[in-house]
Design a protein around this ligand. Structure first.
Ligand code: AQP
Length: 326
């Protein structure tokens, strides 16, 4: 069976972009692949975090994984820092990375804003992500398309080590959704929907109340043309709403365009509120149940043990290839 690996940072509420770009794939893939899903807490500390909030967010993301349908009987679910091999492999890969390729990463440029005081962890983030993936001999990585450049770097690092040493790593492929690979911010559809954007109405979090969902969608930026047409270049706001609608309902974008022909943006937004609330409510109900249960911690402990055993096999091979230890 081929192997899948992916992770989400425990930073704030998981939003519709994370769900439609990545998490929805987690559930689909677990039928046909051996899946490993991680809560990447070491990535979260690339910027300062309150320790209590971080611990709580780790459990929130774990509970959300299960609430959307990740089944711990089928998939391994664990917390990154519980498997120390992630940090060990990240260092080895750091020694095989070039500073130039890391400074070129668009996410680093956006988050560091060229400041000399930008945390070095932001620069090394993609190397840690490469370690996460390569540690498990991963074949497929389901992610949103903002991660394309990081997946390319992971592949480059794997190929570089395989070519200069001996074949050590499986070279993974990214997997991106057709609808939902890049969900845009509701208030500014030229930017991706993000957890860290200051305006809460820029995103819909999976745990938002229906009234908040309604407000965010009804306020969403559109344009003055008044025609419901998918055209991401000229009509990014309307196109984003159509993409979200299609990804949540399964109805194709052309079918939606035909259904809303001659109608105003208000009608589309009103129906999208209903579709979104209907999709989020069962997730929220399951989340509330799972988050309270003691079982969550034991699922994560068991997951870390299973992940750690796989990681150790890879690390033994990697240490031998690099001549580390005795
Ligand atoms: N807007 C998006 N559309 C589609 N997919 C997205 N992802 C993130 N934003 C979108 C995908 O969600 C997964 C988990 O992301 P993450 O939490 O590890 O990191 P991120 O990409 O940094 O998420 P955010 O929300 O944008 O956080 P901040 O604001 O802190 O930077 C990944 O697969 C990602 O592609």
């Amino acid at each position: 069976m081929k192997r899948v690996f992916s992770g989400v940072q425990p930073t704030g509420n998981i939003h519709l972009g994370n769900y439609l770009g990545a998490l929805k794939q987690f559930v689909e893939l677990q039928e046909d692949y051996e899946c490993i899903y991680c809560i990447v807490d070491e990535h979260a500390i690339t910027v300062p975090k309150d320790p209590k909030e971080l611990r709580s967010s780790i459990l929130d993301v774990a509970a959300l994984y299960l609430a959307i349908g990740v089944d711990p009987e089928k998939s391994i679910v664990f917390v990154q820092s519980q498997v120390p091999a992630h940090a060990e492999l990240a260092w080895i890969l750091t020694c095989n990375s070039y500073t130039g390729e890391l400074f070129r990463m668009t996410q680093f440029k956006a988050k560091s804003q060229n400041k000399e005081s930008a945390p070095a962890g932001l620069l090394m983030y993609p190397v840690l992500m490469a370690a996460d993936i390569l540690l498990y001999d991963t074949d497929v990585v389901p992610v949103g398309d903002d991660q394309k450049q990081h997946i390319e770097l992971t592949r480059d690092l794997a190929i570089r080590v395989n070519n200069t040493r001996e074949k050590t790593f499986v070279v993974p492929e990214g997997r991106f959704m057709k609808a939902g690979a890049r969900v845009m911010a509701l208030d500014d559809p030229t930017q991706k929907m993000s957890k860290s954007a200051p305006n809460a109405h820029s995103r819909i979090s999976l745990l938002d109340e229906p009234s908040k969902i309604k407000k965010s969608i009804m306020k969403a930026t559109t344009d003055s043309e008044g025609v419901i047409r998918f055209d991401p270049v000229n009509k990014p706001g309307v196109s984003n709403l159509l993409s979200i609608y299609s990804a949540l309902s399964g109805e194709s974008v052309p079918a939606l365009e035909a259904r809303y022909e001659g109608q105003g943006y208000g009608a589309l937004k009103k129906d999208l509120v209903e579709v979104t609330v209907a999709a989020m409510e069962p997730i929220k109900a399951r989340f509330n149940e799972i988050r309270q249960s003691d079982e969550l911690i034991s699922i994560l402990r068991d997951g870390a043990e299973r992940a750690g055993a796989i990681a150790e096999v890879t690390m033994k091979r990697v240490r031998d290839v690099f001549g580390l230890g005795l």
